[in-house]
Structures are given as structure tokens and as C-alpha cells.
Design a binder for this molecule. Structure first.
Ligand code: ZN
Length: 305
């Protein structure tokens, strides 16, 4: 699964110890993933980007106000995320120019080595959290990073509010009628992209109810059966996609034009023939290979669901 860590030690029991975190940060083998305004740093050819890792010896990410957040340890090596968004233009910055290029993970994600995808996603999510929680939502005071960057806290002794990285649950649903799969397009989708139905969980709602509500709202379909498939972190900017497989009770579609521009049933033979379609270029394309949507579609086409 893209954007996950196969083997990360999040150091939950140790990251509260500021001396331990400082010691990890000072290690010669520590690695830093720089993030600039939500974009990750890569080097190499456009079609095969490689992650850029900085080290304790590099000074360009250690500017005043840059507070690295500990992602965790992989094979004992500590990885940090450092937000360098204060730099106006990395391409013209004397310290950053020539080291690499900042690109959107949504563009480069499928091309990265899978292990780098998880690190990039984590660095992006953590720096996003810190950028968006600089002030206390309760009293307005500037907050401070704690737990090696895993949380922020209000230092006001009368407030002491704590803020953790937010994860927004969203359901994504492969709806089928036993023989065909439902795919849809939303307003603003890139050319060709035909996707599964998806939507955010609302307060005091079960995941199953959310699946049924989203499918009904967008297509008028009622569901005969709902099964959980798997989940995928989707840090664009802070979602968790919860994948479900659902069998529709009927086949007649009543598309909500406010939600979708198009929805239709597609046969396995048609979809197999469309696997090479490129998002943004061709008239029909399936979701990208880094998405749980594609994983579910491929599993369904292989008869695994
Ligand atoms: Zn406060």
C-alpha cells in the first residue's frame, strides 16, 4: 500500500524525553526530509525521482525557526521532517539551489520508491500539522512543539490546550452490481479520470452509514451489502481513506448534478482494456497506482473481492 510505513518505530515511549530527541537530532546518521509549502524534495530525472535526505551536517535546513519533527526510526536511523517554507523561492535561494526540486507528492508519488512514499507522506502530514496549529485554538497564544513534534501545546498556564495531528476519516467505495463496477466523475476532475465514490465521515456517523449515505446522495443507489476492505493514509492534506466494497440493491442511477458530472456501470472487459489510460491525457483513465481505489479496482478485476 502506498503512503504507509512497512517498518517504522514511532518511538512513542521515548519521544516525550526532550534530551533523547535532541540526541537523535545530533546523530551523524540522522536524516531530514525537507518540505517546502507542502512539497517534498526530490532529485534525479522527472520519471524516476529520488528522495533528498539532508543530515545533521547540512546547515540549510537549520535556519532560525525551523523546528524538525521526528517521524520515527527505520532500521535504527532517526528520520525528521523539516519545514523550510520560510524560504521565498527555493530555486533562487543560495543555500537550497541545486540540491533538489520541491514537487507535489500527488504528482511524483507513484514514481517514487515505495519506502520513500511513506516517508514523504509522513513528512508532508507533520509539517502541515505544525503550520496549521501555530496558535492555540482556545486562547490564541502561540503554541509550542512537544513530544518531538508529535503534538503542539499551549504554554499559557490557564489554558494548556493540546493539539495533535488531525486525521480526517473518509470512505471510498467500490460499488458493484455483481457483474459491473460503478465509476464516476466529479466537477473539476482531471481529464479522463473515472473514480470510485468517496466522501468524508460526518460527526456521530458510523462508517457503514457514511458509505450508504454517500452512495445514495450521489447516485440514488441503495446497498444490499457493505464490506470493509482496507485503509490507506491519504495526506492530501490529512485524510485516512477507508475502503469498502458494496453490492448495489438495484442498478438505476439518479446522479446528483451538484456532486457528479457523470456516473455509469462498467464491465470488467472494458476496464481491463482501459488500464493504460493516463489521467489528464486520455479520455478514460482509472485512479492512479498509488491509490487504494486502484488497488480495490485491480482486486475486483482479478476476482479477489
Ligand atoms: Zn491556549
Amino acid at each position: 500500500m502506498f503512503y504507509t510505513h512497512p517498518a517504522i518505530d514511532r518511538a512513542d515511549g521515548r519521544r516525550g524525553d526532550a534530551d533523547w530527541v535532541a540526541a537523535q537530532r545530533a546523530r551523524a546518521d540522522m536524516r531530514v526530509l525537507p518540505v517546502w509549502r507542502g512539497k517534498n524534495m526530490v532529485t534525479g530525472p522527472r520519471e524516476a525521482p529520488q528522495p533528498v535526505f539532508a543530515s545533521a551536517a547540512d546547515d540549510w535546513w537549520q535556519a532560525p525557526g525551523v523546528e524538525p519533527a521526528l517521524i520515527g526510526l527505520i532500521d535504527g536511523v532517526p528520520y525528521f521532517a523539516a519545514d523550510v517554507s520560510a524560504v521565498e523561492d527555493p530555486r533562487r535561494d543560495p543555500a537550497l539551489a541545486g540540491i533538489g526540486a520541491f514537487v507535489d507528492l500527488r504528482t511524483c508519488g507513484p514514481l517514487l520508491p515505495p519506502a520513500a512514499g511513506g516517508l514523504f507522506a509522513h513528512a508532508r502530514a507533520l509539517t502541515w500539522f505544525h503550520l496549521r496549529h501555530r496558535y492555540c485554538g482556545a486562547c490564541g497564544r502561540p503554541t509550542e512543539s512537544r513530544q518531538g513534534g508529535q503534538m503542539r501545546a499551549c504554554p499559557d498556564t490557564g489554558c494548556r490546550a493540546e493539539f495533535f495531528p488531525r486525521v480526517d476519516p473518509a470512505v471510498i467505495v467500490l460499488v458493484h452490481d455483481g457483474a459491473r463496477v460503478l465509476l464516476a466523475r466529479q466537477h473539476g476532475f482531471p481529464r479522463g479520470l473515472h473514480a470510485l465514490l468517496a466522501g468524508f465521515l460526518e460527526p456521530v456517523e458510523t462508517l457503514e452509514a457514511c458509505v450508504a449515505r454517500e452512495v445514495y446522495e450521489e447516485t440514488g443507489l441503495e446497498l444490499a451489502e457493505i464490506r470493509y476492505f482496507a485503509s490507506q493514509p491519504w495526506p492530501f492534506p490529512q485524510s485516512l481513506m477507508l475502503g469498502f466494497v458494496a453490492r448495489a440493491a438495484g442498478t438505476e442511477l439518479v446522479v446528483d448534478p451538484a456532486e457528479l458530472t457523470h456516473a455509469a456501470w462498467y464491465t470488467p472487459d472494458f476496464l481491463r482494456a482501459q488500464k493504460g489510460g493516463r489521467i489528464g491525457r486520455d479520455d478514460f483513465a482509472l485512479p492512479g497506482p498509488d491509490s487504494i481505489a486502484r488497488l480495490m479496482l485491480d482486486a475486483w478485476l482479478d476476482g479477489m473481492l
